[in-house]
Design a protein around this ligand. Structure first.
Ligand code: SAH
Ligand code: DHB
Ligand code: MG
Length: 221
């Protein structure tokens, strides 16, 4: 287990399979200049989200946790003409930086960033009877992950894909000695999903430039 080796392999993968991408590089620069934390998905994982959304043929995508819009840009690139990404973000400054990045990416017409606590935005969306989403990416405060999946289910249809980031956290999720609120929120996510017959799920551990972590993948039955 070494971060240097994981970085080297991510560089190898990127060198072969990812294009030089000035738009995404500029987004990360703008995030850093604005003081946003560098907790965006990696390039390899951003492209994985893009590929999963394309494999799903997703036209309507929901994201919980925008930050500077790095993952949002990958997702918005995956949706066809007329498709959209609704991304929920609590911090108005993050949302403002993200809007700039998405504008420069030429994707403003496809992205709707909604500022507010995601649970409240999701509740309002259910009340309004918004159309179901094809693909959901959850990557905000880990304490609320189980609630986000429940809300996503209410905005889903059979076949909707749900992806949750950061579900391994350097293995802490499986270490009973670890008790932080983020880890406990992540464990509640697994418990909620294991008790939910409408979801079929797995989780995939990852290593790379963002360390040892993982994604949970679920499909609505
Ligand atoms: N998906 C982004 C990273 C998101 S980081 C990417 O990969 O590029 C997590 C984001 O969730 C932060 O911007 C944080 O402000 C936001 N967040 C935290 N709590 C939230 C809440 N209750 N509602 C909505 N967003 C929240
Ligand atoms: C954190 C959040 C993330 O979404 C992430 O990818 C990495 C770290 C965090 O809050 O520490
Ligand atoms: Mg994350």
């Amino acid at each position: 287990m070494s971060q240097e080796a994981w970085n080297a392999v991510d560089a190898f993968i990127g060198g072969h399979l990812l294009e030089d991408d000035a738009v995404l590089a500029d987004a990360l620069k703008a995030n850093a200049a604005a003081g946003l934390p560098a907790i965006d998905v990696s390039a390899a994982h951003g492209k994985m989200l893009y590929l999963l959304a394309r494999m799903k043929g997703a036209a309507r995508i929901l994201e919980v946790g925008t930050l500077g819009g790095y993952s949002t840009i990958w997702l918005a690139r995956a949706v066809p003409e007329g498709g959209s990404v609704v991304s929920l973000e609590i911090d108005p400054k993050h949302a403002e930086v993200a809007r700039g990045n998405i504008e420069r990416a030429g994707l403003s017409g496809k992205v709707d960033i909604r500022v507010g606590a995601a649970l409240e935005s999701l509740e309002a969306m259910q009340q309004r009877g918004e159309a179901p989403f094809d693909f959901v990416f959850i990557d905000a405060d880990k304490e609320n992950n189980a609630s986000y999946v429940k809300a996503a289910l209410a905005l889903a249809r059979p076949g909707t894909a749900i992806i949750v980031d950061n579900v391994v956290r350097e293995g802490r999720v499986a270490d009973p000695a670890e008790t932080g609120s983020m880890i406990e929120g992540t464990r509640r996510l697994y418990e909620m999903i294991s008790a939910e017959p409408r979801l079929s799920a797995t989780a995939v551990q990852t290593v790379g430039s963002k360390g040892w972590d993982g994604f949970l993948l679920a499909i609505v039955e």
